[in-house]
Design a binder for this molecule. Sequence first.
Ligand code: UDX
Length: 448
Amino acid sequence: MALKITVIGTGYLGATHAAAMAELGFDVLGLDVVPEKIDMLSAGRVPMYEPGLEELLHKHVVGIEGSSGRLRFTMDWAELAEFGDVHFICVNTPQKHGEYACDMSYVDSAVESLAKHLAKPALVVGKSTVPVGSAERLAGRIAELAPARDEVELAWNPEFLREGFAVQDTLHPDRIVIGVHSERAERILREVYATPVGEGSPFVVTDFPTAELVKTAANSFLATKISFINAMAEVCEAAGGDVQKLAEALGHDERIGKKFLRAGIGFGGGCLPKDIRAFMARAGELGADQALTFLREVDSINMRRRGHMVELAREAVGGDGSFLGKRVAVLGATFKPDSDDVRDSPALNVAGQIHLQGGQVTVYDPKGMENAKRLFPTLGYAESAVDAVRGADVVLHLTEWREFRDLDPAVLGAAASRKLILDGRNALDPQLWRAAGWTYRAMGRPRA
Ligand code: UDX
């Protein structure tokens, strides 16, 4: 009989995973503890912006006309435990308040709530990003609590999806990593992932700690790559070099590769910043802190970028070095394009710093306005890029949405008070902007 799947936690990861499992042909039951999320998802609506996800939900949520009916949602743990053969834990693991370590309370409580109801054979699969050693500890907890005892097992299966590409990354993963204790667990997960594996996704089988570490190591590597090129941007600025050309030339070396070498105001979001900090904290607990001290530098190079952008803006508005009375237009609020996520967003951080120093900041973002307003209600917001730029002394391009690359510099030039743009993402075409009479400046590149 086909496996029945449950997904616990319906954020970016869980909602996408649940819809993807239904797309792969499984019957799926999703659970969340927030009633509003369950209501929205049950109506086929997504509580965040993620391209393609709403369409996928519509295709599968029960009760929607023409849907497969394979996907539904609940808040009832007993129903979930009774339904599922495989239970995916997809709750979030934020940074703890006031420290670097990761807050495991959502994972712990999900595992405990589920385990108590597990009265029949089941495989519990952790997908959340956790400190190494958590899987072993949680396996012990499940063994203590589950009525079905040895017939319940844990596996670890980290998730590598990128926001903005979540559906594609889930349906066609570039690798599937599982940490297992038994052949039975491996066999079940091979059945779950038979379609992507059949299409060529590599399937890596390992132990618990290695599976947990793959995720944090991958995010640390990506963060290091971004901070490396941003450090090179600092050197380029001092030496008069061009970091874009440097990155292009470096990228031709296949060992280095050209991805994740875009210099700018650095990384943010719900993953990279907190993951590298939690990794350092965990290494400290394990007595291996020396191995990861370089991540401290990666973090501080990254945070420095935000301050540097503020200083470039201060210089641009001229005068006495004060933002008082100056109008600053900010294009972009999300931490990356094609997402409405503003968690630890460098763009919003820069906008906030300038605002707190007396600047009159007006922000526009294609999808992140609601979340930005909730986080930073005191900033000014405009309905369009042109409206944000109206009367501005300087324009800051801080999130590389396609909509901003497609802007007509002449139209914006007519609206702005001064034609001065700072590209915090090295994503606009300098020639285009300069040809329209703008002064274009970017981080790590020579001034024309
Ligand atoms: C990341 C990982 O890529 C993903 O595998 C993991 O599962 C979760 O964390 P995500 O947070 O969606 O995914 O964003 P990502 O595309 O990695 O970008 C992170 C940040 O780095 C963004 O703020 C982005 O603007 C910035 N970035 C990315 C750069 O500054 N330069 C680059 O060259 C690339």
